[in-house]
Design a protein around this ligand. Structure first.
Ligand SMILES: Cc1cc2nc3c(=O)[nH]c(=O)nc-3n(C[C@H](O)[C@H](O)[C@H](O)COP(=O)(O)OP(=O)(O)OC[C@H]3O[C@@H](n4cnc5c(N)ncnc54)[C@H](O)[C@@H]3O)c2cc1C
Length: 408
């Protein structure tokens, strides 16, 4: 028999309008028993950075969420090409990744959402409850409050909701430095061809070079107009108060001194320095085992749950898998009392996999930078250890994950 609670819409708040929050919003918006709203602290929904690679698991998860999502990728200008590729190994034949423009993809995700459900300049400052498993009160910086049945924190690596789930002072609360920094520049393709040579632009794909303690990569964006150049460097420490560091030629040449005589390193350094604002960004991740992604009617997804290094290009893909599992579970939830169990099921299915990728991604960075004991820069050994490292990520049976989550 339906209870009074079963006939009311469930009020869900998504905190954070990055790729994780926007994908979940898109996934849940069609269910009439759910009243979902998304709150973003910035004045507008926007994505920084040029491109994001979506491996086949991420593409399939999008299609599981909605068949229209494949179209959304096309509309967002996704190009084909491997998720990652180096002169050492080639994922193209196994894993047809697609590279998509971040802002365009976010725009496509949010297009079907009614504006009455989307809120900007809403920075969440506090979550309180009327009772441990009761209605939730969200307090925002602008002094307003909202009352909801459940909260999903998609508020990124420095968000607020993680602390509500883990508790203040928890050892896994803060991200740790992963041992790498990276920098990037966008240059016109004609300039990149001139500097690197035409041979590295014959295919629309990512090209990458490994070396001692560092890595270079470039890929072609914007329908062939622009080239994104990336350098990553290993380093043992980083001052946590420093968000980014100015870079100049001397620092780049010092970082790549063991290979700066080669044409690739000197060419890539020249291209990177075309960015007059070139900065080194440290890579942070939630390496400390996060003991849970949920507490009562609160849960965390995306980087708020499992921020990871970019070495296996999987952070956004994992956020999409989070959204797919929550969609599976929340479409069946009929009253607030069932939410806690749904979030527990989400945690059970998603946390081991995401945590494994956090670990694997950092290890992949170490290998690619030639610092793995017993492998170093031996090309054959690199091929051997790297070749299969992505397989567990993209060979996942997503339908089985959904079944596991829903207990069927
Ligand atoms: C260099 C680099 C390359 C990458 N490449 C890839 C790749 O190729 N493939 C891939 O799958 N992944 C990649 N990733 C990872 C991917 O970009 C992230 O995992 C993903 O964008 C995280 O999305 P998110 O929505 O969880 O977090 P975020 O993008 O951080 O979004 C969080 C949102 O919450 C908002 N917010 C924060 N606090 C509050 C608050 N208190 N109240 C309200 N709103 C708040 C923020 O303003 C923000 O909009 C890469 C990451 C980096 C750094």
């Amino acid at each position: 028999m339906a209870t009074q609670d079963d006939t009311k819409q469930l009020r869900l708040a998504i905190i954070g309008g990055g790729l994780a929050g926007a994908t979940l919003m898109n996934a849940l918006t069609k269910y009439s028993h759910l009243d979902v709203r998304i709150y973003e602290s910035a004045p507008e929904f926007s994505e920084r950075g040029a491109a994001v690679g979506l491996a086949t698991n991420a593409q399939r998860a999008l299609e599981e969420i909605s068949p229209e999502m494949g179209e959304a990728l096309d509309k967002a200008g996704a190009g084909s090409g491997p998720d990652a590729g180096t002169i050492i190994f080639d994922l193209a034949s196994e894993n047809q990744g697609r590279v998509v423009h971040r802002a365009a993809f976010l725009n496509e995700l949010l297009k079907p959402i009614p504006s009455s459900k989307m809120f900007t300049s809403k920075k969440l400052t506090k979550i309180s409850t009327t009772s441990p498993d009761g209605e939730i009160i969200l307090s925002f910086l602008d002094g307003t409050e909202e009352f909801v049945d459940a909260v999903i924190g998609a508020d990124g690596i420095h968000g607020t909701v993680r602390e509500c789930v883990l508790g203040a002072g928890h050892p896994a609360l803060n991200p740790t430095f992963a041992g790498f920094w990276d920098c990037r520049a966008l240059v016109p393709i004609a300039r990149a061809r001139e500097v690197l040579g035409d041979e590295y632009f014959k295919e629309a794909r990512q090209y990458a070079w490994s070396g001692d303690g560092g890595f270079f990569m470039h890929d072609v964006l914007d329908n062939g107009e622009t080239v994104q150049c990336v350098a990553s460097v290993m380093t043992s420490s980083w001052d946590p108060s420093e968000w980014k560091r100015d870079l100049d030629r001397e620092m780049l040449e010092e970082a790549f001194k063991s290979w700066s005589n080669g044409p690739i390193a000197s060419g890539m350094i020249n291209l990177l320095l075309e960015n007059k604002e070139l900065k080194a960004f440290p890579q942070w991740h939630f390496k400390e085992n996060t003991p849970t992604y949920t507490k009562n009617r609160i849960c965390i997804i995306g980087d708020a749950a499992h921020a990871m290094t970019p070495w296996q290009g999987s952070g956004a893909g994992q956020a999409i898998e989070d959204a797919m599992i929550l969609q599976t579970l929340l479409q069946e939830v009929k009253n607030p009392q069932q939410i806690g169990a749904a979030f527990q099921a989400y945690d059970r299915v998603r946390r081991p996999r995401a945590q494994r990728i956090v670990e694997s991604s950092q290890g992949t960075g170490r290998i690619i930078c030639g610092r793995e004991e017993g492998v170093r820069l031996d090309v054959e050994k690199l091929r051997g250890v790297l070749g299969s490292r992505w397989r567990f990520i993209y060979e996942i049976d997503l339908k089985k994950c959904k079944e596991e989550a829903s207990g069927s």
